[in-house]
Design a protein around this ligand. Structure first.
Ligand SMILES: [Zn+2]
Length: 193
């Protein structure tokens, strides 16, 4: 008797899950899986401020957003950089190559070379992650609410290619009071020429 009832429940559960999967497939077909692309199929344009390798601010340019498949990113990036930038991972503190770097230079996106931070705004946060009090240009990053891990944080990503970079917190030093807590693996340091 009990056995029978269990079976009918599990069959019903199966049917519910099954119809959910069909709906998900239908939605995927209908809306596609590339949300950063514009309606006409070409990547949307983003405004990026360009910087020379000596840190000189150049012009603001409109460029197509960079969209690549997972397998293309895997081929281009180290496994650490892939996990962090494309899957919103976090490197272990004190494990990255830049948390203790004091050289003067630019930090560019590991995925697309967009200039993200200047060493002039880097500070000792004591966290084991490279920390900055502001991005090199607000146009070059995107901030979004991140509700993962049961807390509300502000995630920071590259405007041009959507690479996850880290998070920003409101406990930084003057003049902004902000702490951009970045992953070394999402950055590429270029010493000032
Ligand atoms: Zn990028």
């Amino acid at each position: 008797m009990i056995q029978k009832r269990d079976r009918s429940i599990s069959r019903r559960t199966f049917l519910v899950i099954g119809s959910g999967a069909v709906t998900a497939i239908a939605l995927n077909l209908r809306y596609g899986t590339k949300p950063v692309e514009a309606k006409n199929g070409s990547p949307k344009e983003v405004n990026i401020v360009e910087f020379s390798n000596s840190g000189q601010r150049e012009e603001t340019v409109s460029l197509p957003a960079i969209v690549k498949s997972d397998s293309e990113w895997k081929q281009q990036l180290s496994s650490d950089a892939y996990e962090i930038t494309r899957r919103a991972g976090t490197e272990r503190p004190y494990s990255g190559q830049y948390w203790n770097l004091h050289d003067k230079g630019l930090y560019r996106c590991i995925c697309c070379d967009t200039a993200l931070f200047n060493s002039d705004t880097k500070f000792e946060s004591g966290t084991g992650w490279p920390s900055f009090w502001q991005p090199i240009a607000k146009e070059n990053v995107r901030e979004s609410i991140d509700m993962s891990l049961g807390m509300e944080r502000t995630a920071v990503s590259c405007r041009r290619c959507d690479a996850h970079l880290g998070h920003v917190f409101a406990d930084g030093p003057k003049p902004t009071g902000l702490r951009y807590c970045m992953n070394s693996a999402s950055l590429k340091f270029v010493k000032f020429a």
